[in-house]
Design a protein around this ligand. Structure first.
Ligand code: ZN
Length: 224
């Protein structure tokens, strides 16, 4: 049986890599000089893995429902859903009062951008505060904090000791955010996922596995 390849991305890389996206699409990353037939062969060879992964994503519960930006629709913030209320006139495009999100109707055409901007600002504030708290507690030294658009990579630690976090994390409960913060801070000292790395994570957060698991089960919901 033929397997549909949704997208082929050619770059300067040396090997072929397969990726199943959050929407269960198959993306193939390949070097420039590899033929379509070679790509097809690699896909066929990994047929079982692809089908298993797609099935897992499609049967996920609860499913992500694409946002429509209508009255009453729920938007996540720190692990809780808050209702969207469309209003006629207000001074800023978006207001949040820990009860609802109030979006000015004038901004409906760019509702997604307005909300993402708000999430990014909250993410930077909250994540900086948590990083600082844990860094002080354990004497971690980092360079700076960046907020990224990454869809699945919740955090990363660069060789220059910059800490990167996806804005989507601000939609998760605070203990989950703390887990990603601790995870990246420990990477300042342990660059890979060695036994020592996990021991250090556990010392700072004894129940980290619970939060890691939460992200694996619910990470697909952290988007708009
Ligand atoms: Zn890691």
């Amino acid at each position: 049986m033929e397997i549909k390849i949704d997208k082929i991305i050619r770059t300067k890389r040396k090997t072929i890599a397969l990726q199943i996206t959050e929407d269960a699409n198959l993306i193939v990353r390949a070097p420039y000089d590899v033929s379509e037939q070679t790509i097809k062969n690699v896909v066929i060879k990994h047929k079982d893995w692809i089908e298993k992964k797609k099935k897992k994503i499609l049967s996920r519960d609860p499913k992500f429902v694409p946002k429509e930006f209508v009255n009453g629709e729920g938007f996540l913030y720190l692990g809780r859903y808050y209702k969207l209320v469309l209003v006629e006139k207000q001074n800023t495009p978006l207001v949040f009062d820990h009860h609802s999100f109030y979006l000015s109707k004038d901004y409906l055409p760019s509702a997604r951008d307005v909300l993402i901007r708000w999430y990014k600002e909250r993410a930077y504030e909250k994540i900086s505060e948590r990083v600082e708290w844990y860094a002080k507690k354990r004497g971690f030294v980092y360079n700076k904090i960046n907020i990224t658009d990454a869809k699945q990579r919740w955090g990363s630690c660069s060789p220059k000791n910059n800490l990167n976090f996806s804005w989507r994390l601000i939609m998760a409960p605070l203990p989950v955010i703390d887990y990603v913060v601790v995870h990246e801070l420990v990477h300042l000292e342990e660059k890979n996922h060695s036994k020592f790395f996990w021991i250090k994570v556990k010392m700072l957060m004894p129940d980290y596995e619970k939060h890691d698991d939460w992200l694996k089960r619910n990470g697909h919901l952290l988007r708009i």
